[in-house]
Every structure is written in structure tokens, then in C-alpha cells.
Write a protein that binds this ligand. Structure first.
Ligand SMILES: [Mg+2]
Length: 253
């Protein structure tokens, strides 16, 4: 969960203005948490309570109606609906918000089912569901000791490609079919948590979301260094910190 938040904060100011140099400060001035963090927190809270992903997503997004970068067009409308219905999205929102399911649930089957449920309330296109399932499954397997290759399992078969990491190579795209293979490629090429997140920003494209997905995977494999953890928490308001605390306790229980 915090891995996603760190990737989101780090990528926030590069979402619409991609980084052009390898020499940039991670989570520097002008960065903020964005919709990726808010939705990640909402999914975490739902996963720890009543599993009503739609209700928690709506409540959190209504509470934070104007995050840096804003919400996607159809998702903004969905947030305000009285009877929210999924809208067939294959956007990258599904894999970017699912990370907590890979930690909260205790069997692979449950993780896969709940990752899909967390996506289904909006992103019920098969690519959206699959993107969330693959990311959460990779997280689940790596936190239980699997190697890095667990993050790549099924990705090429699902999306038809798995690129080699190359900096400044990814065009702007908000699809799951772009975000998951690209994020996995950044993670596979990395040698530390920080290196993974830096590569996710350097690769280009929808930086906060590629950052969130890459950070989710990297957290499960490397863990998060204390300095980055402290820095990320300093960006977050009380209510988000409260969910993070509860999440930490839940996964240690
Ligand atoms: Mg965002």
C-alpha cells in the first residue's frame, strides 16, 4: 500500500510533464499524493472492513474532490452517482488501486477474487479485472518469498507484450494494457525499491500511476527503506495516516 503511495507522490508532478533527466529528486518540491493514493486508501479500507469497494471509493473521492491531477472523466461522474454502476473501463485505475488486497487476504484465490472485486465496481472490462488480479497476485506471491519473476507471471499472455525497460520510452497512456506491462518492466529492471520507483518515473507516460503500480510490486519484493517511508508519510493527512496505521496492524496480525 505505501509502495503505491510513494510511486504516486514521486510521479505526481511528472504525470503531464514527463521527467527529462535521470537526475531528479524523489518526492521533491511540487509533489503531492493524487487520486492513486486516495483510491488505494479506499480499497485498503474496504478490504479491512465490509468489502464494499464502491462505497469506500465514493466516500474517499467525495472527501477529496480535487486531488492533484484530478480524476479521470468517467470516474469523476461515477463518484457522484447515487447508484454507481461499472462502466466497462480498462483504464489503469484498476491495477493502481488494488495493492492492499495482495496484503490483506490470506490465500491466492481470495487475493485474486478481491482484487477483481475492487476493480469490478468501475473497471469491469476483462482487461481491468485482469490487470488488478495480476498485480495483486504478484504482490501476494513476492511477499510470501517468491522471486521477482512472480510479478511478470501472466502479463505477456494477458496483454500481448512485456517490454524491456528503456528510459523516456513510454508514451502517455491511461490503459491497463500499457500500465501493467510497463510497470512490471520497470520493476524487473530494478535493483532496489528506490531504483524501481525512479525507473517508473523515468520510463515516461502516466507517471504517478506507473509509479503506483511499480511501487506496489517493489514494496512486496524489497520492502521500503525507512527514510522513504518517513518522507512519504509526511505528505499524508491524518485520515489517510489512520488507515495506513490500521493496515499495518492488520497485516502484522
Ligand atoms: Mg493520479
Amino acid at each position: 500500500m505505501l509502495g503505491a503511495i510513494i510511486g504516486d507522490i514521486a510521479g505526481s508532478k511528472y504525470e503531464f510533464n514527463n521527467v527529462r533527466t535521470e537526475d531528479f529528486k524523489l518526492m521533491g518540491a511540487g509533489c503531492s499524493f493524487t487520486d492513486d493514493t486516495i483510491c488505494t486508501v479506499a480499497v485498503a479500507e474496504a478490504a479491512m472492513s465490509d468489502l464494499d469497494y464502491a462505497a469506500h471509493l465514493q466516500a474517499w473521492c467525495r472527501k477529496y474532490p480535487h486531488p492533484m491531477g484530478g480524476y479521470g472523466g468517467r470516474f469523476s461522474k461515477w463518484i457522484r452517482m447515487d447508484r454507481p454502476e461499472p462502466y466497462g473501463s480498462y483504464g489503469n485505475g484498476a491495477p493502481m488501486r488494488c495493492s492492499a488486497t495482495g496484503w490483506i487476504f490470506t490465500t491466492e484465490e481470495e487475493v485474486q477474487q478481491q482484487a477483481r472485486e475492487s476493480a469490478r465496481v468501475t473497471h469491469n472490462h476483462k482487461m481491468g479485472l485482469l490487470g488488478a488480479e495480476l498485480v495483486a497476485t504478484g504482490i501476494f506471491k513476492m511477499r510470501h518469498g517468491a522471486g521477482k519473476e512472480a510479478a511478470a507471471e501472466g502479463v505477456e499472455a494477458a496483454f500481448g507484450w512485456l517490454p524491456e525497460y528503456r528510459p523516456f520510452s513510454n508514451p502517455f497512456s491511461e490503459t491497463t494494457m500499457n500500465a501493467v506491462p510497463v510497470a512490471v518492466s520497470c520493476f524487473l529492471a530494478s535493483n532496489s525499491f528506490e531504483d524501481a520507483v525512479r525507473k517508473a518515473i523515468l520510463v515516461g507516460g502516466d507517471s504517478d500511476t506507473i509509479g503506483a503500480i511499480t511501487g506496489s510490486l517493489a514494496e512486496a519484493f524489497y520492502g521500503i527503506p525507512d527514510d522513504l517511508r518517513a518522507k512519504a508519510l509526511s505528505f499524508l493527512p491524518e485520515d489517510i495516516l489512520a488507515v495506513y496505521d490500521r493496515f499495518q496492524k492488520a497485516i502484522k496480525a
